[in-house]
Write a protein that binds this ligand. Structure first.
Ligand code: ATP
Ligand code: MG
Length: 290
């Protein structure tokens, strides 16, 4: 699905499953435009149809978080002036960073692929855990579980902290881990004050080519990069599964898991799944930013 827009003054560089990347034209350009579309992906497939308003909701959420977090980030000044009208509301103007090939995942709760691994081996990404945990339980401590960011089209791969040291060196690997855990702690506290649990999330960092500073890039703490649950439901639900009332694309994942055997092309999402997802995304934004 090629949906990038022709933007005068910008060169289209790359389209991921959900976002389109443009580079500002001109010598020694150091600016990128990250445009979020309404596309939704699950199990590594882009699904049809998209979720109306998703690109704008996720961009608004990212900007809100960047503003609150105590770390340098890639946003450039004068967002409003420089962003083309065609993509306004769903684009961020950012400084081009030298990205680390590491997805910095932090898990505060046991679920998803972590839960699957725990059932088989009592560990998450090779980190041993106590017996007796259930799907959705809070982990004794938030875990940093990095993944290797595979080149375009390939599958990201979970790696150990030691393997991340081999990839980027001891100093940077440690800095990535510490920054990720610190941001998770700050963000989950902010979310919890608003009745929302930040179950897990993923950050991407790069190095500022001018200053050398470790800088938070990509999108941050969106409902695509994170699992968010309703804290009231979590506290009062009768079953482990029912606790995880999601403000993220788990709704889509669950529907797809029940209606598709993961071979061939995924089926069209029904209108009610699309609407429910859009409405949960809107609710999350409202709760956090109110
Ligand atoms: P996927 O479809 O699996 O998400 P992807 O992560 O490559 O693939 P997107 O997330 O849509 O695709 O694209 C965003 C890309 O932009 C990522 O590769 C991300 O690492 C990169 N990126 C984000 N911020 C910056 C930045 N400030 N400088 C350079 N690259 C960046
Ligand atoms: Mg990505």
């Amino acid at each position: 699905m090629s949906t990038s827009t022709n933007l005068p003054g910008w060169t289209h560089l790359y389209s991921g499953k959900v976002r389109d990347l443009y580079e500002r034209e001109g010598a020694a350009s150091d600016a990128l435009l990250v445009v979020a579309s309404d596309r939704v992906s699950a199990f590594d497939h882009v699904l049809s149809p998209g979720i109306p308003g998703k690109g704008e909701l996720l961009t608004t959420l990212s900007l809100w978080w960047f503003d609150r977090l105590d770390v340098p980030n890639h946003l450039l000044e004068n967002q409003a002036d420089a962003i083309p009208a065609e993509v306004s509301g769903r684009a961020m103007l950012v400084k081009k960073l030298d990205m680390f090939p590491v997805e910095c995942v932090v898990r505060g709760y046991l679920t998803g692929s972590g839960w699957k691994e725990y059932v088989e081996s009592r560990s998450v990404c090779g980190i041993p855990l106590p017996e007796g945990l259930n799907n959705g339980d809070r982990l004794p401590e938030p875990l940093y579980t990095p993944a290797y960011k595979a080149p375009m089209g390939e599958h990201d791969e979970n790696i150990s902290f030691e393997q991340s040291v081999e990839l980027v060196g001891e100093a940077d690997a440690t800095a990535l881990r510490d920054a990720s855990l610190a941001i998770y702690a700050q963000a989950s506290e902010i979310a919890e004050q608003r009745g929302v649990i930040l179950a897990d999330t993923k950050f991407e960092f790069g190095r500022d080519p001018q200053t050398g500073a470790l800088t938070l890039g990509d999108e941050v703490l969106t409902s695509d990069s994170s699992r968010y649950w309703d804290a009231d439901v979590y506290a009062s639900a009768e079953t482990a599964e029912a606790r995880m009332a999601s403000f993220d694309k788990q709704i889509v994942r669950n529907w797809l898991a029940a209606n598709w055997d993961q071979s061939g092309t995924p089926p069209e999402l029904p209108a009610e799944i699309v609407e429910e997802t859009a409405s949960r995304y809107r609710e999350l934004l409202g709760r956090l930013t109110a």
